[in-house]
Write a protein that binds this ligand. Structure first.
Ligand SMILES: Nc1ncnc2c1ncn2[C@@H]1O[C@H](COP(=O)(O)OP(=O)(O)O)[C@@H](O)[C@H]1O
Ligand SMILES: [Mg+2]
Length: 311
């Protein structure tokens, strides 16, 4: 330890702490000349640290030194990992029995095992609905833990956003029709291609449209559109539904967050969808945000890098 300390003294920062990202952060703070206290998370070997960067000024108010405090958070990270593993294992364990419950219920409902009376039917339909909700929760938990653990593999390629949108919207037209909501995909066929994992983006779009369907009523519109903004494609899912109060506009991307509604007793979903959407879009180098007004509607937008090739 003593020799390590000696080796570091009077050496360039990057020779003892081999972290270019951290060095860039420090330089940015020095350049900005502001008094910023910034925390970065870094990993050395199998240890994780929170690094607080604090510039120290001399009597002329010039930055003379930089103080770095390394806080070892490995234990916390390991606990977090254990929690994620636990959730992942439990959700996988839930999947098989849930599938049996759903299949069994639907067989009885379809009277394949014998006739049922109206009371039995309505009880079974309640069981079916609750099982569907639980399945949605389990699927979203599995997706989220996979993505957060970094184990999720992305299959990036040049793909058509028109094609992805068409495939996502197709199975949702029926639900929209039943609700009396006008679902329209206005994305043009000759839009440039995006560099993305088509399966993941289908998931993202499906989540945004399913949300829009949840918070709209008969007569409302849901419109999917895309436009080019520099090197990025901006995709929008806009609805004329309930809208989101201003104070919750960013919170809705947090895990398990629901906007509390006075006249709504039933929770409509898991509150995980948008958290997964955010993780996926950011893994593509894009961003996601929302503009919304109560009773006017919501517009969810996300960006994806455009591919150089067309096709
Ligand atoms: N299109 C929308 N219109 C109104 N509120 C929305 C819309 N999309 C999302 N929200 C709000 O954001 C919350 C979080 O969404 P999400 O993470 O997908 O969870 P879930 O759909 O399971 O409730 C929802 O519970 C709802 O309050
Ligand atoms: Mg949702």
């Amino acid at each position: 330890m003593e020799s390590k300390k000696k080796n570091a003294i009077d050496k360039h920062f990057l020779l003892s702490v081999k972290d270019e990202k951290l060095f860039e952060q420090i330089n940015a703070i020095v350049d900005s000349k502001f008094n910023i206290n910034k925390v970065e998370q870094v990993k050395y070997g199998d240890k994780y640290y929170d690094v607080t960067i604090t510039p120290i000024k001399n009597y002329k108010s010039e930055i003379s030194d930089i103080l770095l405090v390394f806080h070892n958070i490995t234990e916390f990270k390991e606990l977090d990992q254990a929690k994620d593993d636990f959730i992942s294992i439990i959700s996988h364990e839930f999947k098989t029995p849930l599938t049996s419950i759903m299949m069994g219920t639907s067989m009885i409902l379809e009277e394949k095992i014998g006739a049922i009376n109206d009371k039995q039917r309505s009880t079974l339909m309640a069981i079916e609905e609750e099982s569907e909700k639980l399945t949605e929760l389990v699927n979203e938990l599995i997706e989220l833990t996979k993505i957060e653990s970094g184990k999720e593999m992305y299959n990036f390629k040049c793909c058509s956003i028109f094609g992805i949108a068409q495939n996502t919207v197709k199975p949702l037209y029926n639900i929209a029709n039943e609700k009396g909501v006008n679902l329209t995909n206005t994305i043009d066929e000759d839009m440039p291609c995006v560099y993305a994992d088509p399966e993941k983006i289908t998931w993202v779009l499906n989540n945004l449209i399913t949300n829009a369907l949840k918070y709209t009523d008969a007569g409302d519109d849901i419109t999917i559109s895309a436009s080019v903004d520099g090197d990025f494609m901006q995709i929008s899912v806009k609805d004329t539904g309930a809208g989101i109060p201003k104070e919750y506009k960013d919170k809705i991307f947090d895990k398990f967050f629901h906007v509390q509604n006075d006249d709504e007793f039933e929770i409509k979903g898991t509150g995980l969808g948008l958290a997964v959407v955010k993780e996926i879009v950011e893994a593509h180098g894009g961003k996601v945000w929302c503009e919304s007004d109560i009773d006017v509607g919501s517009n969810f937008m996300f960006t994806l890098p455009i591919c150089d090739e067309r096709g």
